[in-house]
Design a protein around this ligand. Structure first.
Ligand SMILES: Nc1nc2c(c(=O)[nH]1)N[C@H]1C(S)=C(S)[C@@H](COP(=O)(O)O)O[C@H]1N2
Ligand SMILES: [Mo]
Length: 601
């Protein structure tokens, strides 16, 4: 509570200085008021902060009884994420990368701190209005929680914010009541012409008439009125009973800290069940194992990522401010919708009893800039999706089925739409349960995520999956489509130079230029490199694992001194050459060619 004490102590010093000046015969009113005002203001700020902390602490532990997402910080953060225009979101992903969530949470906290300070200051003049302000924030938090009707969300999501706000408002009201002159004494009568509305207030915050409490008189703070009316009267009153205030503030802060910690602990306990369910899980042997990675698929060149991306290095893109911790034991998947004669409801164990496939698949994010890092290749184990849909009676549109869109829903309310035709066209679309030989990491969708080779993640790769609904593209726009991204988005043919790095300095002579290229489900046919806009040179391609995986490539450059621009392009099996035309990532993926400028010495 150092933040509480120091302003009070410095106030004591100021009061002494003021007293000395007063004794020296200076006019009291003008110089005294700012000093006391500062002390009272600081204490009022403390009131605001403690009240905000109490509100958050209570809300946090209340959220344990509802859902993590219903805790106000999470709810407001999520609502901000949802309301952020696609272009801004994309800018944030680009500039903050995987720290974007941290930046968002910090931003919300900073704003909240400022508002808390402001409300604290407001209570000095309008005690009830200030406290009511806390309630207004509760309404905001509740509205944010309710604005995300994810699965399992309901009116109860408003409760944590409401409970927090009521407690926070009470704390603010009570604490600010202590910012009045001590001893229950009435202030000395005001000099003529000075209206002194707060004089009618009881010193202990047992409020007098409303009009006094809601005084709008500018420049007049309750504590400041404790200044002696004239030199030579009674010794200067401290603006309020500091000890009492500090004790109350510290108690409230400690209690709300306790509530916060309790909430965290309870939540951790719940997460522990999910963690245990993951630890217990032994993935069955796949009925159809991935063909071994061909020798030569990994060129082993310094600076080029390995053919298989370790799960810990795999990029992560999602809107989840709290990574869902789903207990596999209580997980369910429901498959239903248009043209589903036999609805399915599956448990995790039901999935594992089916024939599993294991495949290498390269996943790419639509937000990946040309040359960007939102692409990774893993060995996935999962249940083939098309047979599951057929069991439910689903027919693709080409066979007369009424639904052309498969909407996947996650436990936290994400919706991702995929063409039914694509899912059932024979590719290895799956409900993945394993990644690189282990159960899915929580970050990547434990216990089950969808995966469809050849489609960007936002139209295929729903993590923390819990529902599959058959519908049409006409009838339903999933999450990202409502935010201006394309409804259909096959991955575009791309290539990237990983070495040399941009603006690297290299020695003249033979320099390996290398990287990766991808054209999922079509396959990479050719990669070419050129220097300073010269003729295209064919790079050596690493062995192909499958059309669904990226390929490394290398070209040996006879580098001459000077500044040079290297550029790369890939051609896919369909004969399409990666276009030079630049397109932004919105709405359906960036195009253009990656270039790197290097200095040769
Ligand atoms: N539940 C959920 N699933 C999601 C997302 C999300 O925000 N929430 N993002 C999608 C996007 S945009 C991508 S690119 C992939 C990323 O998967 P990864 O984080 O495992 O790499 O997940 C997809 N699945
Ligand atoms: Mo993505």
């Amino acid at each position: 509570m150092g933040g509480v004490r120091s302003p009070l102590r410095s106030d004591a010093r100021r009061a002494r200085r003021t007293a000395a000046r007063t004794a020296a015969g200076r006019t009291a009113a003008a110089p005294v008021r700012p000093a006391r005002t500062t002390a009272v203001l600081a204490a009022a700020g403390v009131c605001g902060l403690v009240a905000a902390g109490a509100a958050l602490g209570v809300a946090e532990s209340a959220a344990v009884g509802v859902r993590v997402e219903a805790a106000p910080l999470n709810a407001v953060g999520a609502a901000v994420v949802d309301a952020t225009p696609a272009a801004v979101k994309d800018w944030a992903i680009r500039n903050f990368g995987e720290d974007d969530k941290l930046v968002l949470k910090s931003g919300v906290l900073v704003l909240l701190t400022l508002f808390a300070l402001a409300l604290g200051a407001l209570t000095l003049r309008m005690r009830r209005t200030g406290s009511a302000g806390v309630l207004a924030f509760g309404v905001l938090g509740a509205a944010a929680a309710l604005s995300r009707p994810g699965l399992g969300a309901g009116p109860a999501d408003a409760l944590p914010s409401a409970a927090g706000a009521v407690v926070g408002a009470g704390v603010l009201y009570g604490l600010s009541g202590l910012l009045r002159p001590p001893g229950g004494e009435r202030h000395p009568p005001s000099a003529p012409g000075q209206s002194d509305a707060s004089d009618t207030d009881g010193a202990d915050g047992a409020d007098g008439p409303d009009a006094a409490d809601e005084s709008d008189d500018p420049g007049r703070l309750p504590g400041a009125d404790a200044a002696p009316a004239s030199p030579g009267s009674a010794p200067p009153q401290p603006p309020f009973d500091r000890r009492r205030f500090a004790l109350a503030a510290a108690t409230a802060a400690a209690a709300s800290g306790g509530a916060w910690v309790l909430g965290r602990e309870l939540r951790a306990g719940r997460a522990a069940e999910a963690v245990a369910s993951r630890d217990r899980l032994r993935l069955p042997e796949p009925a159809s194992a991935a063909p071994p990675v061909p020798p030569g698929a990994d060129l082993g060149i310094d600076g080029v990522p390995p053919f298989l991306t370790p799960s810990g290095d795999f990029y992560r893109v999602d809107t989840a401010l709290v990574v869902p911790r789903v207990d596999a034991a209580s997980w369910r998947l429901r498959i239903h919708g248009d043209g589903v004669p036999r609805e399915l409801s599956l448990r995790f164990a039901d999935l594992l009893r089916r024939d599993l496939i294991e495949r290498h698949v390269t996943l790419t994010c639509v937000s990946n800039e040309v040359g960007g890092s939102y692409v990774g290749n893993a060995r996935w184990i999962g249940v083939p999706l098309a047979p599951l849909l057929r069991e439910a009676g689903v027919r693709p549109p080409s066979r007369g089925g009424p639904a052309d869109q498969l909407v996947a829903r996650s436990v936290e309310g994400m919706t991702i739409g995929t063409p039914v035709e694509t899912v059932m066209d024979g590719r290895d679309a799956m409900l993945a349960v394993g990644m690189n030989g282990e159960p899915l990491p929580f970050d990547h969708g434990f216990p089950v995520r969808m995966l469809v080779p050849g489609l960007y993640g936002y139209v295929s790769a729903c993590k923390w999956l819990t529902e599959l609904e058959l519908t049409t593209f006409d009838a339903y726009d999933p999450y990202w489509v409502r935010r201006d991204w394309a409804a259909r988005a096959p991955i575009k043919t791309q290539s990237r130079i990983d070495t040399p790095r941009p603006l690297a300095t290299v020695e003249a002579g033979r320099v390996p230029v290398a990287g990766v290229a991808w054209a999922q489900h079509r396959g990479v046919e050719r990669v070419e490199v050129r220097v300073d806009g010269g003729p295209w040179r064919r790079a050596r391609l690493a062995a192909e694992d499958s059309v669904d995986t990226w390929r490394q490539w290398v070209w040996t450059w006879d580098a001459e001194p000077g500044s040079h621009t290297l550029q790369v392009r890939a051609t896919d099996r369909g004969g399409d050459v990666q276009t030079a035309a630049r397109a932004p990532v919105l709405p359906d993926g960036a195009t253009g060619r990656h270039s790197v400028v290097v200095d040769v010495v």
